[in-house]
Design a protein around this ligand. Sequence first.
Ligand code: ADP
Length: 319
Amino acid sequence: MTLPDFAIEAAGLVKTYPATKTTPVVEALRGIDLAVPRGAIFGLLGPNGAGKSTFINILAGLTRKTAGQVSIWGLDIDERPRDARAAIGVVGQEIAMDVFFTPRESLEVQAGLYGVPRRERRTDVLLGALGLSDKADAYVRQLSGGMKRRLMVAKAMVHNPPVLILDEPTAGVDVELRRQLWNYVVSLNALGVTVVLTTHYLEEAEQLCDTIAIVNKGSVVACEPTRQLLRRLDSRTLVVTPEAPLAAVPDLAPFEARQRPGGDLAVTFKTAQAGVEQVIAAVRAAGVGIKDLRTEDPDLEDVFVSLTYAAADASVIAI
Ligand code: ADP
């Protein structure tokens, strides 16, 4: 079989949750076009409520799409639902597992569910890869939260799928475990597994992913190689506490100046265009005395909003 160019392809994907007695209609996905290249570590980034989990749940066969097409490993989820689902392993957000099994049993049961013949099972390899060998025969209820999470990753991989999907893999997870999880993800990727992870941390996506798609309010607002995207996001803010209250916000063009509620002056600048020195000089030249100052990295919510506006302005969204 020739390998597909794209591990996942979505075209015009729409999901509308119908209204209930207590909730209005929600347009969770408003026509998503997305192609995840085979072999990528692909980040799906977006604020809470953007539609990331809805997208993942559609791929996993847990949620029905309203409209559009999706294929996984070249298999259309409507035409070949079973084969498409066999091509992905999904690690959801919730820790859901049978507490009466040991990790070894849990993996064996999962392999059984996927119809993996005994001689092809990789239980010990997976336990070892996820640092669970010495807990292989402990009850799941005795495992720490981090171990449970790693076991979920192992479970997602029992049928050796070419695509692994991790929904918020490091939410509530400590730094050490995060590093372990990432090492495993990178090693899987080196073996040829395409990885898709959702996160609302830019930093996480930045360190791990070669391509990042940003989703906001059910639409893809950017999808490009990580480096290219970071260049676009490369802005900082200099926050100045003025010596005396400002009568008006000075015009500091080409920098963007705004006054904060407490009276501080926030000046945003592109790091490719100017350094902090130049921004301070512009503030002084505008007659603002500087009592105190600090710099801030861009706030991701701001970035999403600005990208969303940029996308709305442009006639073509970069995909
Ligand atoms: P994310 O994973 O990016 O945080 P979600 O896909 O969970 O976003 O949610 C997208 C939108 O769909 C949100 O407005 C959320 O409230 C809504 N939503 C998610 N699941 C359901 C559901 N089962 N029923 C109704 N609305 C839902």
